[in-house]
Design a protein around this ligand. Structure first.
Ligand code: NAD
Ligand code: MG
Length: 298
């Protein structure tokens, strides 16, 4: 049998150090063009029925962490609606095929999260297509490194906040009337919330906001039986990083600063989302689950 997430392994060597060559993509970036390709768990994630019959919406699910989450959810028995930018159709179709190969329904809903109308129609279309909704993963994100504060454009500051924070607000609010007790919302934050890089002023600020938003909303929705939590990844090998998330010359050695000495792969994030989405975490509320190779967090 091939290795899966339950295979006992040394975490230091489970994945190699990457030492990727400098590479750059414009736009949102595509997995296909990355070297090496990220591991989204397509060949390794093994489901055990932990989300049987659930209905999930995952944003930014064409690639990286969101793609790994969508695949894992489907293999755990959930139908999955995926959101992504229209430019990412090729990556998205690969994920649709993997969800369907797991025997689950896949609903592809491309659009731009900066647009409030898309956010509300996204929820309506997901609910219509899935026949309801009980797991929402706000995972899409924009990260563009800017070396000098003088060069951080107001347009970028605005778009980063719209994508990472406003969309989470719009989508969560639109989803709420559909969420029955037992439903969960999971937001993707970042180690950047606590250890902000000097070149990610706008991005790191949004990630700190997501942590506070998560804890505040969690307190409000818990009495209604809806759990809100977050996952905070460390350095993970995804298109976001090669499409301007890091300066091109910073890519060799990416992730080597972690105690594990290597970057994480999207496949290593999926189990955290599955845990927070399933009933196993019924008493876990307002938590930020750090999946970061050992970087200290508050
Ligand atoms: P990724 O590029 O694979 O995923 C990000 C996705 O966000 C894109 O695929 C795209 O579909 C979506 N997106 C961006 N702007 C959008 C817009 N305007 N409208 C619609 N969709 C849009 O990269 P990833 O690293 O898997 O990112 C997923 C999440 O993980 C993000 O929130 C990111 O901030 C977070 N994160 C990543 C890392 C890392 O090191 N890669 C670390 C911490 C947190
Ligand atoms: Mg993508």
């Amino acid at each position: 049998m091939t290795n899966d997430q339950y295979t006992f392994a040394n975490p230091v060597t489970r994945y190699p150090k990457l030492d990727p060559k400098p590479q750059h993509q414009s736009g949102p970036g595509s997995s296909e063009e990355m070297s090496p390709k990220p591991d989204i768990g397509a060949d390794s994630y093994r489901g055990t029925g932990r989300l049987d019959g659930r209905k999930a919406l995952v944003t930014g699910a064409d690639s990286g962490i969101g793609a790994a989450v969508a695949i894992a959810f489907a293999r755990e028995g959930a139908d999955v609606a995926i959101s992504y930018l229209p430019d990412e159709e090729e990556d998205a179709q690969e994920i649709v095929a993997l969800i369907e190969a797991a025997g689950r329904k896949a609903i592809a809903l491309p659009g731009d999260l900066v647009d409030e109308e898309y956010c509300s129609s996204l929820v309506a279309d997901a609910v219509a297509g899935l026949g309801g909704l009980d797991i929402l993963v706000n995972n899409a994100g924009k990260q563009q490194a800017v070396e000098k504060f003088e060069e951080l454009k107001p347009e970028q500051f605005d778009e980063t906040f719209k994508t990472n924070v406003y969309a989470m607000f719009w989508i969560s609010q639109a989803a709420l009337p559909h969420l029955e007790p037992g439903s969960t919302i999971i937001n993707t934050t970042s180690v950047q919330a606590y250890s902000p890089s000097p070149i990610l002023v706008d991005y790191a600020s949004t990630k700190a906001t997501i942590n506070a938003f998560t804890k505040s909303l969690a307190g409000q929705l818990a009495p209604r039986g809806i759990r809100v939590n977050a996952v905070a990844p460390g350095p993970i090998w995804t298109p976001l990083q090669v499409a301007g998330g890091q300066p091109t010359d910073a890519l060799p050695g990416f992730g080597d600063q972690t105690p594990l000495g290597r970057p994480g792969q999207p496949a290593e994030l999926a189990p955290a989302y599955v845990f927070l989405a399933s009933g196993e975490s019924s008493y876990v509320i307002g938590e930020t689950l750090n999946v970061n190779g050992g970087m200290p967090t508050p």
